[in-house]
Design a protein around this ligand. Structure first.
Ligand code: UGA
Length: 435
């Protein structure tokens, strides 16, 4: 099949490369000429494990190319994806759909023959109807359907998630569109991946409901971890104890400094707004948004407490800045709240992140960025683990202790077994302190 992907952000680029790898012919489009030039030279705009190799292989096989001018590719396409950004609109929590609608209008002008236009961007319920109306108005003779095909990729594991998903969700209004989408996902369909076919609005809501549910799960275990601290229980064992119940499941029960990233914060907010707009508020989601915002701030007090009640004049080594490991993405990262909060209280911050330093240096002021974890800890009054990068799990504890001025270790991701850190004044989340 011939596929066009409008938008070479995280979702568009990963999906485009994976569809090419399925054997389809894919053109990825972006308005940003320098991004396209870079992609043509094999330079990825984001860090995602395996993406550079996947892109290179498919470009060389002639199945994947990049352009700023989509006219020809759209004219020949069977399926055109809209995978542009839907940022939170300034001033309120609604998703900003202007890029989606602009893409719909542009696509409409170039359509030739029957084409399925698919929303892959995370869009509020009813956006498909609006895209449908825009295309019809712009090009009344166009032969098309509009479908919704939400993505469930996790940054850092996106290619694996794309190729081995738990399910594929397609929302459409016609058999012809479902047939085209089934053909597109044929390699997964043959592997018996469930392909859920729904009405378009339902598919749009599934995406938000999935992300909000996962956010609620994280918010829940984070609050349980505070109770664990208060009563002297261990949150990891509580998570295991409840997670073994199949009705609950063991995933997304890791307590931490609060969820971040480009999805959960934005999508919970957008779902909440939609629910209020339709006069059907989801109070549990409203609560988790508030709980998560407060969580990030409460981490500042937690670090302060671990350092004897004040961080003023102290040097703190922050290990990990990105919102999660295996990405360079800093969007809504807890570090963006915690680092300035510590600085306001008089702390000097030194920081290291395996991939996020470049992004972080544009967002955080007055931070001494270091080239490695050990260098970062030298003569610091405490080390704080903010992101659970694997390389931090393997750090030599003896060397860490020797480098730090005092052996205070605040682990906001619970990455160390308690018996490994007995020699530290070690504070983690919802587990006993070792000092
Ligand atoms: C999330 C979803 O997991 C994907 O299914 C979805 O496709 C994606 O959003 C999206 O809407 O595009 P992502 O934001 O990449 O993916 O990352 P997650 O692995 O879900 O982590 C999100 C945040 O939750 C991170 O800050 C992470 O540290 C935190 N988290 C996750 C926890 O604090 N505890 C957990 O147990 C799991």
């Amino acid at each position: 099949m011939r596929v066009v992907m409008i938008g070479t952000g995280y979702v568009g680029l990963v999906s485009g490369a994976c569809f090419a790898d399925f054997g389809h012919t894919v053109t990825c489009v972006d308005k940003d000429q320098s991004k396209i030039d870079n992609l043509e030279n094999g330079v990825m705009p984001i860090y995602e494990p395996g993406l550079d190799v996947l892109v290179d292989t498919n470009v060389k096989a002639g199945r994947l190319d990049f352009t700023t001018d989509p006219e020809t590719a759209i004219g020949e396409a069977d399926i055109v994806f809209i995978a542009v950004g839907t940022p939170t609109r300034r001033g309120d929590g609604h998703a900003d759909l202007s890029y989606v609608y602009a893409a719909a209008e542009e696509i409409a002008g170039y359509l030739k023959g029957y084409t399925v236009i698919v929303n892959k961007s995370t869009v509020p319920v009813g956006t498909g109807d609006e895209v449908d109306a825009i295309v019809q108005k712009t090009n009344p003779s166009a032969e098309f359907d509009v479908a919704s095909n939400p993505e469930f990729l996790r940054e850092g594991a996106a290619i694996e998630d794309f190729k081995r998903p738990d399910r594929v969700v397609v929302g459409a209004q016609s058999d012809k569109a479902f047939e085209a989408m089934t053909e597109l996902y044929r390699p997964l369909y043959l592997n018996e991946t469930p392909l859920l076919k729904t009405e378009r609005r339902t598919a749009e809501l599934i995406k938000y409901a999935a992300n909000a549910f996962l956010a609620v799960k994280i918010g829940f275990i984070n609050e349980i971890s505070d109770l664990c601290d208060a009563v002297g229980a261990n949150v990891q064992q509580v998570a295991k104890g409840i997670g073994l119940d199949n009705r609950i499941g063991s995933k997304f029960l890791h307590a931490g400094p609060g969820y971040g990233g480009s999805c959960f914060p934005k999508d919970t907010l957008a779902l909440s707004k939609t629910a209020h707009d339709y006069d059907a508020p989801i109070s549990i989601v409203d609560t988790v948004i508030k709980s998560n915002d407060e969580r990030k701030v409460s981490m500042i007090q937690r670090i302060e407490k671990a350092m004897g009640g004040s961080v003023s004049g102290k040097t703190i080594a922050i290990l990990g800045l990105t919102f999660k490991p295996n990405t360079d993405d800093m969007r809504e990262a807890p570090s963006l709240v915690i680092v300035p909060g510590l600085q306001e209280r008089g702390a000097n911050i030194r920081a290291y992140d395996p991939q996020g330093l470049k992004e972080a240096s544009e967002l955080l002021d007055n931070v001494e960025f270091c080239d490695g974890a050990y260098e970062c800890m030298e003569d610091a009054d405490a080390a704080v683990i903010l992101t659970e990068w694997n390389e931090f799990r393997a750090l030599d504890k003896g060397r860490m202790k020797a480098l730090l001025k005092s052996p205070t270790l605040v682990d906001l991701r619970n990455i160390y077994p308690l018996d490994e850190v007995k020699d530290f004044d070690y504070h983690s989340i919802g587990r006993p302190t070792t000092s």
